[in-house]
Ligand binder design. Structure first.
Ligand SMILES: [Zn+2]
Length: 337
């Protein structure tokens, strides 16, 4: 089959995104830090490309090569800001003419209409590959012990995957197609599922602080991970009660560091036929820049021991960037804690 010039541009951009990850040693660094997502803003800054956030009519724009500069709309959600930044990074890396972007193609340029400018198709392909590389899908799928047949056709699971990768649900669905993990039929079915319905089924009785906020399901499989979240999100902790006599998960440790416990149910209150988890605790994060979920299962009468089950997850709770400069840059410059 003869490749179109669009397909050539798309594949060329994907190769550039892979090459940049190799140069940055991203796979190794994310694995070492147990970081679930590619830090797009940090990469732009590490490449010495000025990055600012401001009120814009567009999602973002990029100065023409060889000038360097990216601006992102500070009124969009973090997932949109991140994909826009990856798209603008694509323009910079691919040495494109400048671009003012009002819309993005979360399919990573797949099936782009022939009316789309070819450099936009290439920048979308770069963004999708850079934010959602195949090795990052593999990392999360293996960590969570998900399988393609049993889990990845389930919108609730793919939504959880998207949160860990710091991307929108839609972009994560299309990545499953571009990496040939799922067929187009299954991916189209996933994309057609409303995210609001998925959130509602994850926590039946409570909702996050805003319609755009997210609902996480965390378990011991997330131990040690570092994710990017928001103070408005809700966290559902699925806790399996191990066979340590007279012991239980000590949720009070969460209250001590500012989490609000919204609900706390045991398995018998939920579904007696399920043995996936024994206790479901829903919490709201503290209004802080970072939050640490760190709890253990223990008998209060017996000193804590290394074999006690633990759940520890570190969360960046800053949400969307709404200052002039990114939080990571301000931290590096010592302007914030
Ligand atoms: Zn563009």
């Amino acid at each position: 089959m003869v490749r179109t010039r669009y397909e050539d541009a798309r594949l060329g951009a994907i190769a550039e995104a892979k090459s940049l990850h190799r140069r940055l040693d991203s796979k190794h660094i994310l694995s070492k830090n147990k970081q679930g997502f590619v830090d797009v803003f940090g990469v732009i800054e590490a490449l010495n490309i000025p990055l600012v956030f401001d009120k814009l009519d567009a999602l973002g724009f990029c100065l023409p090569f060889p000038s360097k500069g990216i601006m992102i709309n500070k009124n969009r959600t973090l997932h949109i800001q991140r994909f826009t930044a990856a798209h603008e990074l694509g323009h910079a890396v691919l040495e494109h003419q400048g671009s003012i972007d009002h819309r993005l193609n979360y399919r990573g340029g797949m099936d782009a209409p022939s009316s789309d400018p070819i450099q936009e198709v290439a920048a979308d392909a770069f963004a999708a590959e850079f934010m959602l590389p195949r090795w990052l899908y593999k990392h999360h799928i293996q960590t969570q012990k998900w399988t393609v047949d049993r889990h990845l056709r389930n919108p609730e699971i793919v939504y959880q995957l998207s949160l860990r990768m710091g991307a929108s649900y839609e972009a994560t669905c299309w990545g499953l197609l571009s990496h040939k993990i799922l067929s187009k039929t299954f991916v189209e079915e996933l994309v057609s599922t409303e995210v609001a319905l998925i959130k509602r089924s994850t926590v039946a009785d409570s909702l996050p602080g805003n319609s755009w906020a997210n609902v996480w399901r965390l378990s011991q499989k997330d131990n040690g991970a570092y994710y990017s979240a928001d103070t408005q999100d809700l966290l559902r902790l699925d806790l399996s009660e191990g066979n340590i006599p007279q012991s239980a998960w000590d949720v009070s440790a969460l209250r001590d560091v500012g989490f609000e416990v919204v609900s706390d149910e045991t398995l018998s209150q939920l579904c007696s036929s399920s043995n996936v988890f024994d206790r479901r605790v829903v919490v709201r994060p503290p209004r802080k820049e970072f939050g640490e979920v760190l709890i253990s299962q223990r008998n209060p009468e017996i000193p804590f021991a290394a074999e006690n089950p633990m759940l520890g997850v570190m969360l960046d709770l800053g949400g969307k960037e709404n200052g002039k400069f990114s939080r990571s840059l301000k931290r590096k410059k010592g302007l914030v804690a």
